[in-house]
Design a protein around this ligand. Sequence first.
Ligand SMILES: *Cc1c(COP(=O)(O)O)cnc(C)c1O
Length: 409
Amino acid sequence: MQEFGPNEQGFAMTDGKGDTRLTHGGRASVADHDFVNPPIVRGSTVLHSSVADMRERSRRYRSDEPGPVNYGLYGTATHHAFFDLLSELEGGYRSWAVPSGLTACTIAMLAFLRAGDHILVTDSAYGPTRRFCIDMLPRYGVQCSFYAPTAGNELESMFRPNTKVLWLETPGSLTFEMQDVPRLAALARARGVVTVADNTWATPLYFQPLACGVDVSVHAATKYICGHSDMLMGTITCNEATWPSMRETLFNFGLIVSPEDAYVALRGLRTLGVRLRQHRATAERLIEWLLAQHEVERVLYPALPGDPGHSIWQRDMSGASGLFGIVLKPAAGGARLYALVDAVRLFGRGYSWGGHESLLIPVFPERSVGASAYHGRLFRISAGLEDADDLIADLQLGFSALRATETQR
Ligand SMILES: *Cc1c(COP(=O)(O)O)cnc(C)c1O
């Protein structure tokens, strides 16, 4: 009988470095199948051989034991191939996939919060995650407060008796601050507070939050994991202690993705390493060129020596992706920045990132602690897989347009 549940160990089916794991992991749930890739197994109803089989599968399902499942909501072999590889990469106990990165964030909050609780959220959290905290959580009696992303031990005074979740995102959305994850996770753990990290920028390849004391790692798989701007997905990876609450929440909300999407995400993981190396190499070429333009005040990219988060990045992460921010000098902001953005031809003007195509957009960070950073003079580049010289020629068009606005004044 084909195993549809997670593999026996739950993770760590292969050993070796990241690229080897990406290539060979995630095969346990389809071990009796000869092709390199898992079949796309579709299904809702599972047929049982007897009442005893029905009872046995229900018992396993209720006690979280691996093995054949009793309903499609709990994942087919295709799903578990993807979940197993993700758990292995992140050093987690179990992983799951949900319909968007934002769903992964909101469900990871709901799994650990109830009326009367409080959540501490980094001020640099992804915008829609912030909106959920501000607009939705109060409706359910949950209080939220934001803290400065670079906070260290001073975070201690912000925990309340009812704080249940500490939310991290490193580097932060739009402003790219690195967080001292081991220190913050230790503060939370000492108080029995669950720590969740949005790990989208570094990907499961370059940062393992769980090894730094975090309980749950979430990703917008929409970005680098899928990598081709053709689908939305979120992932959630838990340690053993937090999985039962997460599993209950996922199953009570009825959340899973299609087997086709799980297959596409698994295929995305296979090439994650080689894509990321190219994304980073191109990002570094673009950054070098950008830093030589006199309108550029600074570039926000933790892999850049001199970035305020560089030493933490060096200590905690094993690589960098291709997303970064550019701050223009005050005189080059506003309408002049828009002229730059409107002039580029190869870079796309579009939301999201991590796909094969380069994107360039102006961004406007919303912040609750302190002033809104770099307002009107910050833009963001997702370095894609085009030729770097062509992209630099395109940036040249953008900067020429920006300079033309100066002579018009
Ligand atoms: C894009 C993004 C998300 C949300 O992902 P979607 O799949 O677009 O919902 C969550 N967190 C971060 C850091 C993101 O960049």
